[in-house]
Design a protein around this ligand. Sequence first.
Ligand code: CS2
Length: 455
Amino acid sequence: MNRRLRPSAKAPVRIVHLGLGAFHRSHQAWYTHHAGDAAAWGIASFTGRRPDAALALAEQDGLYTVVERGDTGDSFEIVSSIVDAIDGADVGRLAQLVAAPATAVITLTITEAAYRLGADGSLDRAAADVVADLDLLASGSGTPVTPLGRLVFALAARRAAGGGPLAVVCCDNLSNNGTVAHNAVVGLAEAWDAGLAAWIDAQISFVSTSVDRITPRTTEADLAAVEAACGYRDNSPVVAEPFRNWVLSGGFPAGRPRWEDAGAVFVDEIEPYENRKLWLLNGAHSLLAYAGQLRGHTTVAGALADPVCLQAVEQFWDEAEANLHGADLRIPEYRAELLARFRNARIAHHLAQIAMDGSTKLRMRAVPVLLAERAQGRSGAAAALVIAAWMDFSAAAPAFHDPLAADVVAANTRGGAGRVRALLALLSPDLAGDDDVVRLIEDLGGSFSGPAVQE
Ligand code: CS2
């Protein structure tokens, strides 16, 4: 490795992360690198399903380049907060690090779908991989495979070692993500060992956060760009927009880095910030992912340049905005800033990536807006259009990546209102029971069909 990617002294591990991917590296690891006390806070980061990202990063001693890609150019920075990059299958190492007294924080970017929430918002204990992990935990004959199973296993090790409290910080795009993480972790623990569940309840603080930084998948061209500009070969750079935001709420009983030095904000009441981000940014992303692909687009910037998609986004934002209250949310400025961020054509943010796991994402991004609109006596047509676009896309897409893919395929074999109702039931039983909503969504079907547009 070129000298310019060689580390100085490594910080001690005090943070354990699950979900070593591009977003973790452009966000939490970036904030930790920029904390005033960064020298005291190293991250041991574990991959999810595959070891690849850990292997590539370990070869560079955990160092990598963040390419900040603005409208007019790139800037490059080496981030050194990840001091150990580890294959997620090494659950023994995870348990050892979580049990270590120095460990104070566990951060999570395991994807929305990994929390295995049912449509009613609680842990789906019947999900096949949850059942399999519970069997493994109960029999003691192997180590868990799901991220949450692994976390519960590692927390058991901390308890057994007499370890003290720490904070689990959920950084996935879910409403009330701290509570969701708490319920999922305690729910799993309860099904295995009631004593452990009680210990987690008493000792572990579940922090809620709203996280934001657009970070598309890294490409070969990005590797070449780093080499050309920096003169060294980095096999694991990450490309992100200049904008970043992190709002956190909750306790850190064993301490935390001074993330506020890097711009993180600590608040008592997080819900308004969470909803602003989930509905306006992520909601528009999902709308563009489905409507945009149905109209022949491949990237966020490409879809937004299409007036049909832009109008749908603006109308959805109007409905969302009518239901965003509290705090100083600066919605007009936020919307204008979002348009500029989405239009950054130098970031090739692929709609296919955003389209994945739609059933979980829409429960956070579109369903709450539609429910809120209905509760006010309004139709919620713009939020319903997001859902209709997802339904159309699910029927048209050759490979539909979703935790409920089999149910989606089965629902799509039905016709008319029966199909809409069955698909809607996967998102919200309440909405599926509302005949007016079913009719509305059925009528909105096909809104984005027609001649494909060339980007
Ligand atoms: C996107 C998010 O893929 C998706 O679902 O909406 O990853 C989005 O880019 C981030 O939340 C931005 O902070």
